[in-house]
Design a protein around this ligand. Structure first.
Ligand code: MRU
Length: 377
């Protein structure tokens, strides 16, 4: 197959500006985000001065992807605390901004717990705000470390499952440094394979309707110098049938206690295809994505998003004409089905790779054991 987008050259920083950073200018602390709705056309910063601005940034996907949502949520609590807003109100608004990625609530509640514990200990709101910020910074650092360990473990697993090397990997949505304190989850594994010369090609699903694959993963892949090719989501079937996929690597927004995996809509069909074609389907996610309080896939709340994301093209670089702010591609008034995620049952998942280890086969017992190990560390 022709290399439509093969790139060469050294690794570059995935973006010129960091995806998230805390700053303390004289006017007061701010959280500065790389606005992901504007990529790949331009790298623009979005400055959050309080939690409601961040809540809107989360809802609009200016900041997105499970691990980064956790980090952003924790910084959001720190921001509310540092600016003297009601921390509990801010925490509730942030945790509820999007329902599926459990990391968001985990990050928010960790920073909130640090704030409350320090307030109870010292009675000093300034010190409590510092404790919330320290918790956010720790989550940020931990995620970077988790990323590196997932990449290492994921690469070892790929080499074990595909001893021939020359991996052709299919991925969906965006799971690189745009969603993480480090190099990401599934994308970090592909990047590790690329660096040691064992990635033959990254197949990038465009990921309708918001094009996280085309806009963001292709952007990161191009800047890393790896060989990659973009495809429409519906072309995946014929790619499998042509024998061009050696493994599927995806991230996760929530992994239920039974091993069911919620991820960007379109992941489940890939799992079904992978099973039919005897291709490993591998999920890469930090332990914070595993939610022991969600018993099974049916209990995962799947975010439903506005229909105009389907009935209009809403890329930032197209002129505004439709009611949703984009170019209509369906008759006005068309109803749309637009779940942001789908759920893959554990029996279709070959392995779940976390920073703590690889779970395969995926069972509730093996997942619980791995989570317990991670709590002991
Ligand atoms: O709606 P998004 O863009 O936040 O969805 C992101 C995904 O589905 C990612 O695949 C998932 O968060 C895993 S990122 C490591």
């Amino acid at each position: 197959m022709a290399d439509q987008h093969a790139q060469s050259g050294e690794d570059k920083r995935p973006t010129e500006i960091p995806v998230i950073r805390w700053e303390e200018p004289p006017e007061g602390p701010v959280l500065v985000l790389l606005d992901q709705t504007r990529l790949p056309a331009e790298e623009v910063e979005l400055v959050c001065t309080d939690a409601p601005v961040l809540v809107e940034a989360i809802r609009s996907l200016a900041v997105r992807g499970a691990p980064l949502l956790g980090i952003a949520g924790a910084y959001g609590v720190a921001l509310a605390a540092a600016r003297g807003f009601d921390v509990d109100d801010a925490a509730d608004a942030l945790a509820g901004a999007r329902p599926t990625a459990v990391n968001l609530a985990v990050g928010v509640r960790r920073a909130q717990a640090a704030y409350r514990a320090e307030l109870a200990r010292s009675g000093d709101m300034g010190k409590a705000a510092e404790a919330a910020l320290a918790a956010a910074r720790k989550l940020h650092r931990d995620d970077a470390e988790a990323s590196a360990r997932m990449a290492e473990r994921g690469l070892a697993l790929l080499d074990e499952l595909l001893p021939g090397g020359g991996h052709r990997i299919l991925t969906h949505c965006n799971t690189g440094s745009l969603v993480s304190g480090g190099e990401g989850t599934a994308f970090a594994v592909a990047l590790a394979a690329h660096r040691v010369g064992r990635l033959r090609r990254l197949w990038v699903d465009e990921t309708r309707p918001l094009l996280q694959g085309a806009r963001l993963t292709a952007y990161e892949a191009a800047r890393s110098g790896m060989a990659y090719t973009l495809l429409t989501d519906s072309a995946a079937g014929s790619l499998f049938a042509a024998g061009e996929v050696d493994a599927v690597l995806i991230g996760a927004d929530r992994i239920a206690a039974d091993g069911s995996v919620a991820n960007k809509v379109g992941s489940y069909p890939l799992a079904v295809l992978a099973r039919y074609h005897h291709v490993p389907f591998i999920v890469v996610a930090p332990v914070t994505t595993v939610d022991p309080d969600t018993p099974d896939g049916a209990s995962i709340e799947v975010e439903q998003r506005a229909g105009f994301e389907v009935t209009e093209v809403t890329a930032p670089q197209v002129p505004v004409t439709g009611p949703g702010g984009g170019i209509p591609v369906a008759p006005l008034g068309t109803q749309a089905y637009n779940p942001a995620f789908d759920v893959t049952p554990p029996e279709l998942v070959t392995a779940i790779v976390t920073e703590e280890g690889v779970v395969s086969p995926v069972t509730a017992e093996a997942l619980a054991e791995m989570c317990a190990r991670s709590r002991e560390v």
